[in-house]
Design a protein around this ligand. Structure first.
Ligand SMILES: C=C1C[C@]23C[C@@]1(O)CC[C@H]2[C@@]12CC[C@H](O)[C@@](C)(C(=O)O1)[C@H]2[C@@H]3C(=O)O
Ligand SMILES: O=C(O)CCC(=O)C(=O)O
Ligand SMILES: [Fe+2]
Length: 348
């Protein structure tokens, strides 16, 4: 449950404009082999340059695993508030309505978790003892799990590892498409033992009826770009995600529960010297159905020095960004608001 006071609801109300449907490029990863590999790599690069956003099919992440995680997540959010709050540990763990520490509000509740490079969830950063077992969570939501004894933690770890593998494949294809070497120039940044990878499970309950009747929608997750290298998002097939084009126009992403959506993050924009763009996106709560989304964020190790790759500086050799570390970027960005332009402080 997400409880907002009247003033808070007013703060996150949006005009009830229905943006057009986005045309989202789709890349079939199962076709990215042999003769099809170069074409898939070119398609990825084109999508990252144009929108910083695309969809992947043929991704190899087992549908059974995806459905089990989604079911367990829905079960977790269906638990009584006090049980969910036992997993609170701001900024990590369970939280509702507050996003970050800069005052952003949304019609959302979520779990935000740090991952180790292997996709496991380090015990130190989160009170896992408080995470209920998936079976209890599923029972609360009156849903059945194929593996009822599997704790939510185990499911999330298995999911994170599978999605990270897929993300690495995508990052390697990007490097190939850009013609840069080594092929793991990007992917090694999310597979390092110290990589700052995160997993986020978001739940947007249906918007309260009176708000919809007054002709306004609610902000689920305010507009922002993701700071990391790559984000891999999936949802339960409920609409709400919107992306902004280069001219700032919003477009609604057609939901697809079987595919993954990939966002270029700010760090990949820097590494490619602005050739790839980090996509501005938001979630609008307009639906009468709950939206559950799960996002893997691939971030570099804290001490990683970040600057445009020399191979991507172009003819003039001009670097659009000064060198900085991920720790520096993260601490500078995590002080502000979602909507802030975080990269401008690092432009040359
Ligand atoms: C307001 C904020 C929340 C956020 C950190 C920030 O200061 C700006 C970026 C936000 C974001 C967006 C992508 C991810 O959801 C996230 C975990 C991240 O790394 O950057 C969130 C941060 C958050 O929710 O704490
Ligand atoms: O929940 C979603 O669909 C998107 C959320 C998002 O952009 C984020 O968590 O960074
Ligand atoms: Fe995001």
């Amino acid at each position: 449950m997400v409880v907002l006071a009247k003033a808070e609801l007013e703060q996150i109300a949006l005009p009830a404009a229905q943006p057009p449907m986005a045309h989202v490029r789709t890349v079939d990863l199962s076709a990215a082999t042999g003769a099809g590999r170069a074409a898939a790599a070119r398609a990825l690069v084109a999508a990252c340059e144009e929108q910083g956003f695309f969809k992947v099919t043929g991704h190899g992440v087992p549908q059974g695993l995806v459905r089990a995680v989604e079911t367990a997540a829905a079960g977790f959010f269906a638990l009584p508030p006090a049980e969910k709050e036992a997993s609170a540990g701001m900024p990590l763990g369970y939280s509702s309505k507050q996003i970050g520490t800069g005052g952003d509000l949304g019609f959302i509740e979520y779990l935000l978790l740090c991952l180790t490079s292997a996709g496991t969830l380090p015990a130190a950063s989160f009170p896992f003892s408080a995470l209920p077992c998936a079976a209890a969570a599923a029972a609360a939501a009156d849903v059945s799990l194929s593996e009822p004894s599997c704790p939510l933690r185990d499911l999330l770890e298995e999911y994170a590892a599978a999605v990270r593998r897929m993300a690495c494949g995508v990052l390697e294809l990007m490097a190939e498409g850009l013609g840069i070497g080594p092929v793991d120039a990007f992917s090694r940044l999310v597979t390092d033992a110290d990589s700052d990878n995160m997993l986020r499970v978001n739940h947007y309950p249906p918007a309260p009826r009176p708000e919809l009747q007054q002709g306004s929608l609610l902000t689920g997750f305010g507009e922002h770009t993701d700071p990391q290298i790559i984000s891999v998002l999936r949802s339960n097939g409920t609409s709400g995600l919107e992306i902004a084009a280069r001219d700032g126009a919003w477009a609604s992403v057609p939901p697809d529960a079987d595919s993954f959506f990939i966002n270029v993050g700010d760090t990949l924009q820097v590494l490619t010297n602005g050739r790839f763009r980090s996509v501005k996106h938001r979630v609008v709560v307009s639906s009468e159905r709950s939206r559950v989304s799960i996002i893997f964020f691939g971030g570099p190790p804290p001490g990683q020095r970040l600057a445009p790759l020399p191979q991507l500086l172009g003819d003039g050799g001009r670097s659009r960004y000064r060198e900085f570390t991920w720790k520096e970027y993260k601490s500078s960005s995590h002080r502000g608001r979602l909507v802030d332009d975080r990269l401008c402080r690092f432009e040359n």
